[in-house]
Design a protein around this ligand. Sequence first.
Ligand code: NAD
Length: 330
Amino acid sequence: MKMAVYSTKSYDRKYLELVNQQYGYELEFFDFLLSPHTAKNAIGADAVCIFVNDEACSEVLQEFKALGVKTLALRCAGFNNVDLKAAKDLGISVVRVPAYSPESVAEHTVGMMLCLNRHIHRAYQRTREANFSLEGLIGFNMHQRTAGVIGTGKIGVATMRILKGFGMRILAYDPYPSPLALELGAEYVDLDTLYAESDVITLHCPLTPENHHLLNATSFDKMKDGVMIVNTSRGALLDASAAIDALKKQKIGALGMDVYENERDLFFEDNSNEVILDDVFRRLSSCHNVLFTGHQAFLTSDALISISETTLQNVSQLDKGEVCANLITV
Ligand code: NAD
């Protein structure tokens, strides 16, 4: 069994190699993204392993079919970057890691909230310059404020559990209410009510064609003045250009983005010596009340081990003709 692994960084290699000691597969690591130009590098592979910004479009999958690739293993939960219909038509099985450590993403989400609320990123910069002025650093108590959680699956519930610990009121929106969220005391409401009443709004739903730019100029207008928004889900759930206008009007008071709709051209690489061509990113990142992290919410050692274990188990199950619970069916 040979598996070609795209978009690999040192941490992917480290944990995949560690877990692969139990399997003994041949792993070939590529540090570049999967695209129609790079698909042919998977020559000789039985399986291909990809991540969030790799592009498994129909053209790529046809190339894989010609090369004899049988399995596409996503080492992430979301699969919006895979043409599932094409994969099905070509007989390529697609597997994913539906849950590895919801707490890893939830804890990062709350970390972004606290950083933005208490201006920790600004205090870090100031104190390095021996500037101990507190001007402009006023936050608010999370206690007794209202959090709006959009998407109450594994990560949404893990986030609620932490926010509940702060003593926050929790509003939730999800087409499929979760008994765990209800147990935590969440109140399910429609989106307009969530927008109108939340001090902090956090996104935890998958990206689908229906909810592209779910948060846009119209939804921002329905929110409280100075609302905090955190997106650790998928970039295109939030219209980043509209967010600039909402920040200028001080409708959005703080914005945390671990994901960004045009992240494919920026994230996971060191671009510090480049001229950044993305004006929307640059405008947003120049705001003191906008905090970017580069799709790192999942990045804990616990999550990386779990991702590697599930990925290799998925591939092994399909290779042996066993039932794989993480097979994506359309
Ligand atoms: P999950 O499948 O357990 O839960 C998703 C929930 O969203 C489900 O309850 C579903 O009913 C709900 N949902 C679907 N469409 C919705 C909509 N339009 N509005 C509101 N709710 C909707 O998934 P999860 O494990 O909690 O992950 C959530 C998302 O987090 C993933 O889809 C992925 O995009 C993102 N994610 C990000 C990172 C990161 O590192 N930043 C890591 C893992 C996952």
